[in-house]
Structure formats: structure tokens, C-alpha cells
Design a protein around this ligand. Sequence first.
Ligand SMILES: [Zn+2]
Length: 172
Amino acid sequence: MGRKVLVLNQDYSALSICSVPKAFLLVYLSKAELVAEAEALALRTIDKEYPMPTVIRLHRYVHLPYKGVMLTRQNVFKRDGHHCQYCGTTDDLTLDHVMPKSRGGKTNWDNLLTACKRCNSRKGDFTPEEANMKMRHKPFKPSFIVFLREFSGVLDDSWMPFLTTKRERIYD
Ligand SMILES: [Zn+2]
């Protein structure tokens, strides 16, 4: 079962996603309630039919600090649409430190950009300005929900009402 379930906090803000079995367990243990289900996809056993959860809501409020997207090479590529942010190619991608590491540039969302090997070596130990290379987008830290919505491709229509910008602010 590759389907995912959106988990809402007690105040209906989006919290995370989990697997269908995990969602069943949370509902079964009365830790969460069913908010939305996929009607066409009920789970049938011999004598019973269970709704397939798509959105559940926790009964207790969970306090979380910034729920960040893990900083990985693949996630930086995803954020940047798998394009070199200097020349636009999709080949030979690597990570570029906008402010070079050798000059104190940090390894974080705000300083990492997808770049092809050619652009990366052309840029060398320079900043984009010094190397006269234009960035298509500045690096940024994606919020968890934006990341879900824009990049992961696992979204379910029933999640949409809970993924509005208004609710995102708790993650920033
Ligand atoms: Zn390039």
C-alpha cells in the first residue's frame, strides 16, 4: 500500500503524512479521528468494510518546532526542479555552495543550489556575482507543506483544504 494519509494536528493544521496502516492504528487506538476517506477504495474483509483514510486528525495537540524538510542532495535537487540554477541543464548535477565553503559558506538550505559540474567548476571559489553568473532562483528553505505540495507528487485531492497558505505559517 503506497498510499499516504495526511495527518492533521488537533487544530486542523497539517502536521505530517503517514502510511495507511499507521493511520488505521491511530484511529483504532482512539488517538485520531477520520476526517476524510477515499470512497472508492474501501478496505474489505470477509464480513466488514473499512473506509480508506486519506486525512486523519489527532485528538491531542502536538507542539512542534519548525517541521523542516531534511537537507539532502536529492531534496535540494527537487527544490530546484532538477535543473542547474545557472545554465538550466538537467545533466551532471551537483551541489554548489553559493558562498563558497572555502570562504565560510554554510551547508544549509539558504546556501546550497543545484548546479551542473561545468557551472560549478566555472564558479570555483567565487560568489555568483564575482563569477558573473546569474542564479535562476536564490536558494531558500522550503516549508514542509510547500514541499509536499510542490515536489513530492503524493498529494490527494482531499488534502487540499488543509494545505492552504494560512495554515502554513506555523511551519515558518
Ligand atoms: Zn550549469
